[in-house]
Design a protein around this ligand. Structure first.
Ligand code: CA
Length: 411
């Protein structure tokens, strides 16, 4: 039974009905304030606290870190109270209405101070596709089905949706018979990913048992891991991605809580016959049924066109497995750390989550409605990620968008 709000737009919202209540941070005058999205409105939680509507004082800060650290019980209590306030018939309506603003006019900010950012490689389809371009005879390395593969990303260059992304310079070596050159990347790509924000952390030296991983997960956002393929190809051995990735990573502004996503948790797909079972410390965790899409809009196009659609349930490793593996050596995860999934790709061609795969290294360029073609991104191209969850018997919820436009390299 769908929840009904006195905010009419919440009752018809594709992404932000009362069941969702994602958290974000918006600018109000000279300061940042925490809010929840509901329909086409934002409820200002700092004002709601000051008006004694809610009791959670971490909502008066300028980032979500402190709220994230409070753990799942406090978050559940806050969401229950917010649902009460915003539901049809609430006695608090006349006070709460004063603390609403239009989502359309709000300037959204990075919601979290991200201390550490880790990027995984959890899609078997993505790993197999990329591997087969590099090593046609041996696409998947022998460790893949045993250990979740990841690398430490760069937190300082994570930017909020809407921030433009400057084409990076780097060392390129397209022709193996010639020395490398230093030039703007010619093979700029996006990667469609989901990001998990850590809630309660773990002490250094202690692990997160897989049965407790869910309690350390605050929520999710959309992630675009911008990637310069030509820089990457030359630099990635032997230590993995470095400057090919660290120039920018875009995230969507609204953090959808793990609690709101609970109706969309599903059994992970069974491993294929012959695949190893996960080691006991990694046995467990649910998959999430989340549809994820990529749109492109070039400077010549009047509107965006969808270029891929995949689903997060197709990942080989669950989010719980990623968190548990990350902390298994005693590494401390802290509230607000961002753990990205890796590119989300499926078995179908139109479910491939980056241009490298979608155009098969540029050999099968996309044909756009404007008559243009794209092997990789050009200056002026905007990439838009969208995500949403649909299930019979549950109210649809969504993530909104993660946008970024490519601008010319510095001269
Ligand atoms: Ca990635």
């Amino acid at each position: 039974m769908a929840l009904v709000s006195w905010i009419d737009s919440a009752n018809i919202s594709q992404d932000f009905p009362l069941e969702n209540l994602p958290f974000g941070v918006f600018r109000a005058g000279r300061r940042a304030r925490i809010g929840v999205a509901v329909g086409d409105r934002i409820l200002d939680l700092c004002a709601a606290f000051e008006d004694d509507l809610i009791a959670e004082d971490s909502c008066t800060r300028e980032t979500l870190n402190e709220l994230m650290a409070r753990g799942p019980e406090a978050l559940r209590a806050l969401r229950t109270r917010l649902t009460e306030i915003l539901s049809e018939g609430s006695p608090d309506r006349h006070r709460a209405v004063k603390h609403l603003l239009s989502r359309q006019n709000a300037e959204m900010l990075l919601p979290v101070t991200i201390g550490d950012y880790t990027d995984f490689y959890a899609s078997l389809h993505h790993a197999t596709n990329v591997g087969s371009m590099l090593r046609p005879d041996n696409p998947l390395l022998p460790n893949y089905k045993h250990v979740p593969i990841g690398y430490h990303g760069r937190a300082s260059s994570v930017v909020i949706s809407g921030t433009s992304v400057r084409r990076p310079w780097g060392q390129l070596r397209d022709d193996a018979s010639k020395p490398p050159t230093f030039a703007p990347s010619r093979r700029l790509d996006y990667e469609l990913e989901l990001g998990a924000f850590i809630g309660r952390g773990n002490a250094q030296g202690s692990a997160i048992p897989i049965g407790e991983a869910q309690d350390h997960l605050f929520g999710f956002c959309l992630v675009n891991d911008w990637s310069a393929r030509d820089i990457q190809t030359w630099e990635y051995q032997p230590l993995g991605p470095f400057l090919a990735k660290s120039f920018a990573t875009s995230i969507s502004p609204w953090v959808v809580t793990a609690e709101a996503l609970a109706p969309f948790r599903v059994e992970p797909a069974a491993r294929a016959e012959g695949d190893p079972e996960p080691l006991p410390y990694l046995a467990g965790g649910d998959a999430y049924d989340i549809t994820l899409e990529v749109y492109i809009k070039t400077a010549k196009m009047s509107g965006p066109v969808r270029v891929s659609r995949g689903n997060f349930r197709d990942m080989y490793w669950t989010v719980a497995q990623l968190l548990t593996h990350h902390a298994s050596n005693g590494c401390n995860l802290r509230p607000g750390d961002l753990i990205a999934s890796g590119t989300v790709s499926g078995t179908e061609k139109d479910a491939r989550g980056c241009l490298l795969e979608r155009t098969w290294r540029g050999t099968e360029p996309l044909e756009l409605p404007s008559g243009e073609t794209r092997a990789f991104l050009e200056d002026g191209d905007e990439v838009i990620l969208r995500g949403y969850c649909v299930r019979e018997g549950a109210t649809r919820i969504g993530f909104g968008e993660c946008r970024g436009t490519v601008t010319a390299a510095a001269s």
